[in-house]
Design a protein. Structure first.
Length: 271
């Protein structure tokens, strides 16, 4: 039985990267009178580096000409990141980052079925919590069972630490939990933590490798725009919109497969 669902934030709950973080990073560059600007394509490449500060350091070292290194790079990364988060918070307060279509309905249905919902993101707590409150509304936000952010872990995705921590805060075992992700780094993190993973592809993840996912769809689905299935290795029935029944079918099917693996390996090893 599925006993918990853990959602990623950026790209999954809202299209925060292209229209949120990227725009806020560019405002931060401008506020320090720096000439650097990140267009949509460059930002897509930089997204392979998780974490805003880490992304800035990587950019200064590998993309910028002349490159920056040492103390100047570290100081700028910290200051630009602080400013980026301020600009992002302003955008959140102004309602410029709406939820993805159908996601609030989906989260609400899971909570109403008394299945705990948690968060595992590599973003910073200072903007993650206000964004979650805005996207889900205060009541559903209060009902989140755990919120793990980039501030809580040593290593960001694709490392599994954020998922491992969220699973342990839920008091569950990995095989009881489904992760909902939008990116290849996120999928890898969830899989390395031993979770079943549903991917809802986002704007920046069209070219990502999702072969290890248990189900890949394009959207959560609304009555007007039903979900399209993109990769379905377990042959799960998806009826127009993702719902609790979809998660139960997905989890049941993945449990059957892991039981078969267990039986298979017992047969091989003789234990
Ligand atoms: C999201 C990220 C984050 C944000 C920025 O990855 O990589 O770093 O881009 O957040 P995921 P901060 O969706 O896999 O969690 O600037 O607060 O680090
Ligand atoms: Mg994401």
């Amino acid at each position: 039985m599925v006993r918990g669902v853990i959602f990623d934030v950026d790209g999954t709950l809202a299209e925060t990267e292209r229209d949120g973080h990227r725009v806020a990073f560019n405002r931060a560059f401008a506020s320090l009178k720096l000439p650097d600007r990140w267009d949509e394509q460059l930002y897509g490449e930089l997204l392979w580096v998780s974490g805003g500060k880490e992304r800035l350091r990587f950019y200064f070292e590998h993309y910028r000409f002349p490159p920056l290194d040492g103390d100047e790079r570290d100081w700028l990364a910290i200051e630009l990141h602080r400013r980026k988060n301020e600009f992002l918070l302003q955008m959140i307060r102004e309602g410029q980052l709406p939820p993805r279509p159908g996601v609030v309905r989906f989260v609400g249905a899971i909570q109403d079925a008394h299945i705990p919902v948690a968060i595992a993101t590599t973003g910073s707590r200072e903007w993650v919590e206000p964004l979650l409150r805005t996207l889900l509304g205060p009541e559903r936000f209060q009902r989140l069972a755990a919120i793990v952010t980039g501030d809580d872990v040593q290593r960001k995705k694709p490392d599994p630490e954020a998922y491992e921590l969220a699973v342990s805060r839920l008091g569950l075992a990995p095989h009881e939990v489904i992760a909902v992700e939008d990116s290849q780094n996120g999928l890898e993190a969830a899989k390395r933590a031993g979770l079943t993973c549903l991917v809802v592809r986002s704007r920046y993840s069209h070219n990502h490798d999702f072969q290890n996912a248990d189900l890949v769809v394009d959207e959560f689905g609304t009555p007007r725009d039903p979900t399209r299935v993109l990769w379905n290795p377990h042959g799960i029935a998806v009826n127009g919109m993702l719902d609790v029944a979809t998660l139960r079918r997905l989890h049941d099917q993945c449990s059957v497969i892991s039981d078969q693996w267990a039986v298979g390996s017992e047969g091989i090893t003789g234990h």
